[in-house]
Ligand binder design. Sequence first.
Ligand code: ADP
Ligand code: ASP
Ligand code: MG
Length: 406
Amino acid sequence: MARLVMKFGGTSVGTVERIKNVARKVKREVDAGHEVAVVVSAMAGDTNRLVDLVSDISSLHDAREYDVVVSSGEQVSVGLLSLALQDLGISARSWLGWQVPVNTNAVHSAARIENIDCSEIIKRFADNQVAVCAGFQGVGTDNRITTLGRGGSDTSAVALAAALEADRCDIYTDVDGIYTADPRIATKAAKLDKITYEEMLELASLGAKVLQTRSVEMAMKHRVKLQVLSSFEDLPGTLVVDEEDIVEHQVVSGVTYTRDEAKVTLQQVADRPGVAALVFGALADANVNVDMIVQNVSEDGQATDLTFTVGQKEINQAMDVLEKLKGEVACKAIVPDSNVVKVSIVGMGMRSHAGVAKTMFAALAEKGINIQVISTSEIKVSVLLAEEYTELAVRTLHTAFGLDAA
Ligand code: ADP
Ligand code: ASP
Ligand code: MG
């Protein structure tokens, strides 16, 4: 007998027929004698619809009320799945975030789970009852409903698996595993049997939305056995594992992209000590996160361009901060550009291989793609490109690093 957490995403519970399909999958595990907690997302499209309702009603929305509205999609799906399970003769009960409870901090719309008290759920396992838990939601220290950020049901599932000391956390979704690139844009993407926590963490934080970044962080910390697999086909999925569990590391395991960043260039800023500290200090004070940074040395050594990226959603706020500094840094112009994409390659093998960046830059150059900003870390290289090159760049790099499926 094992203890399992099974998580189903929006597409997997998108229709009544699909919810019945999920119920059959859960029944199979119950019939095999396992203790099962299920975590579900809202039905496909529901959360987007709820987010739109909030924006339509008020541009200055209050994050506490946003959470009340957008968390409601999951209330529908837990109720429906519990009914579908009962229909198959399985004892099942729905649990909203506050009922478990899933305790979070009070950062509404992007809350972090602090602890989960699953004693009642465990008690009911003894009576063969399945717990059907709402993903995405918790209860804050202010005693109000919170949500965990978009894609947060993955984190709900992993956190519950950690709290329950589950034998496995299976993330059922609309693809049959983790691929070397988003299969929706890279037609030659190949399914991975295994990937390390470290690589998946980089891929997720660099844009691969198959798992929410925080869920991978949490799985890594609590050593949760995580698998991503299909809701629709009975196929083995991808296991997220420790570094030691992979014998031979690929130089590059995956290519990913995000359109969530925007670029800002301060043209001809004074080339003197303290300018960078001033610019990035002011942005930090305004809570604007800066990601990639490049500073060019100008030919006359007098003034230089300073380019960096911030979150697409924070660009207006960043521009307000920078306009105020314009005189002090004596720059000629401040130029924002939202028409950019960050494309990244990720792989553990990069640590011991030279020439990875060179291969990346050469492959992009061959297609005439200009690189605007570069950033690297131990197991990744990211480049900022004009947005129209997204698909071409992902496919080109996928081929250049030998990832194309046979
Ligand atoms: P769910 O609703 O089940 O949580 P998501 O839409 O959040 O599903 O995540 C699954 C999607 O992630 C896939 O449909 C796929 O387009 C996308 N994706 C992005 N990168 C990858 C990748 N490297 N491997 C697999 N899927 C990926
Ligand atoms: N329903 C939420 C969302 O769409 C949470 C999730 O699906 O993981 O972001
Ligand atoms: Mg998701």
